[in-house]
Design a protein around this ligand. Structure first.
Ligand code: FVH
Length: 284
C-alpha cells in the first residue's frame, strides 16, 4: 500500500531512506535545513517542502533522521503531530528516545524509535537491519511500508529499547575493532602482511570465538560463572604476557589495558576460578 511519508533530514542517511521509499512507490515529501539537499530527490519524484511543519502536514508517517535528538526535537517543534506517527531514526540514547516519545504523545502523535544497523549504501539492500521500538499499533500499521528500507526487528513498546540495542551492538563492534587494531599493530611490528593475517587467520578465529558468546550470555543471565575452560587466573597471566609482548614489540597496548585492569581487579577480589563472563560483575 502506498503511504504519504515525510522524510525530515536529508544527510547521507535521510537521502538513502527517502530514495528507497520513493523507489518502493510511496508518496514522499522531503525537507532539509539546507534546502539544496532536497533537489536530487525532487528530481526523482519527491515533493519538496519549504518548512518541516509543511512536510509533517503532508504525511501520516513522519521519518526524522538528523544529527542528534536536540535537532530532531527542534525540527518537530511547532509541527502538527496529532494523528501522525513519528519515526525517529536519529542516533541517540534510551533516555532521549523516552523523552521524545512522551513529547510526541503529548501532542497527539504515535511514536516509534529506530536504530539503523547499516550505512547509507546498505539501505534497501541485503544485510541492512533496522531495530524498532515504541507504539505497537504504529509498528503494525507501517511495518510493510518500512520493509523496503531494511529488515525490520521490533523490540517492544518502550521506545528506549531500539537505542539500547543499537548502542549495545555498536559496543560489540567497537570492541571487535579495538581487538583488530591491536592485533594488526602487533603483526605490522614485524612487517608481516596484515591483510593476509586478517583474512586467513584473524577473521576465522574471531568467528570461532564469537560462537562461544551465547554460552557466556547464559552465564551472565544465570550469574553462574564457573568455567571448564581457562579461568580468570589463567587469563590474568595470559593478558599480562600480552602486554609485555606489546612493549617488547614497540606497540602500545592501550586498547588492551582496560581488559587487563578488569581481570586483575576481579582476581584480586578472589574470583580467579571464574570464567571470563564473571567480569560483568566488575562492570555493573
Ligand atoms: N551514516 C551512517 O553510516 C550512520 C548509520 C547509522 C545511523 N546513523 C545516524 O543517522 C543520523 C543521520 O546521519 P547522516 O549520515 O545522515 O548524517 P549527515 O550526512 O551528517 O547529515 C546530518 C543531517 O542532520 C541535519 N542537521 C544537523 N543539525 C541540524 C539542526 N540543528 N537542525 C536541522 N537539521 C540538522 C543536517 O542538515 P544540513 O546540515 O544538511 O542542513 C543533515 O540533514 C545520525 O543520527 C547518525 O548517527 C548514520
Amino acid at each position: 500500500m502506498s503511504e504519504n511519508i515525510a522524510v525530515l533530514g536529508l544527510g547521507l542517511m535521510g537521502t538513502a531512506l527517502a530514495e528507497t521509499l520513493l523507489a518502493a512507490g510511496h508518496r514522499v515529501t522531503v525537507w532539509n535545513r539546507s534546502a539544496a539537499k532536497a533537489d536530487p530527490l525532487t528530481a526523482k519524484g519527491a515533493t519538496g517542502a519549504a518548512t518541516a511543519a509543511e512536510a509533517v502536514a503532508s504525511a501520516s508517517l513522519v521519518i526524522v533522521c538528523v544529527l542528534d535528538y536536540q535537532a530532531a526535537r527542534e525540527i518537530l517543534d511547532g509541527a502538527d503531530l496529532a494523528g501522525r506517527t513519528v519515526l525517529n531514526l536519529t542516533n541517540g540514547r534510551p533516555a532521549e528516545a523516552r523523552d521524545t516519545g512522551r513529547l510526541v504523545a503529548e501532542r497527539g502523535g504515535d511514536y516509534l524509535d529506530g536504530g539503523i544497523m547499516a550505512v547509507p549504501q546498505m539501505i534497501g539492500g541485503p544485510g541492512a537491519l533496522i531495530l524498532y521500538s515504541g507504539s505497537p499499533a504504529a509498528f503494525d500499521r507501517y511495518e510493510d511500508a518500512l520493509k523496503p528500507l531494511a529488515e525490520p526487528r521490533y523490540l517492544g513498546e518502550d521506545p528506549g529499547l531500539a537505542p539500547l540495542y543499537d548502542l549495545a551492538m555498536l559496543t560489540g563492534m567497537y570492541g571487535q575493532i579495538a581487538g583488530f587494531l591491536e592485533a594488526a599493530a602487533l603483526i605490522a611490528s614485524e612487517k608481516r602482511p596484515v591483510r593476509e593475517f586478517t583474512e586467513t587467520l584473524l577473521v576465522p578465529w574471531l568467528h570461532a570465538m564469537a560462537s562461544a558468546q551465547p554460552r557466556l550470555a547464559e552465564e551472565v543471565e544465570s550469574g553462574d560463572y564457573a568455567t571448564e575452560v581457562s579461568n580468570l587466573e589463567v587469563n590474568r597471566v595470559g593478558v599480562a604476557n600480552l602486554v609485555i609482548a606489546f612493549e617488547e614489540q614497540g606497540v602500545r597496548p592501550d586498547l588492551l589495558l582496560p581488559m587487563k585492569e578488569l581481570i586483575d581487579r576481579r582476581v584480586a577480589r578472589g574470583h580467579g576460578a571464574e570464567g571470563l563472563s564473571g567480569l560483568i560483575e566488575e562492570l555493573r
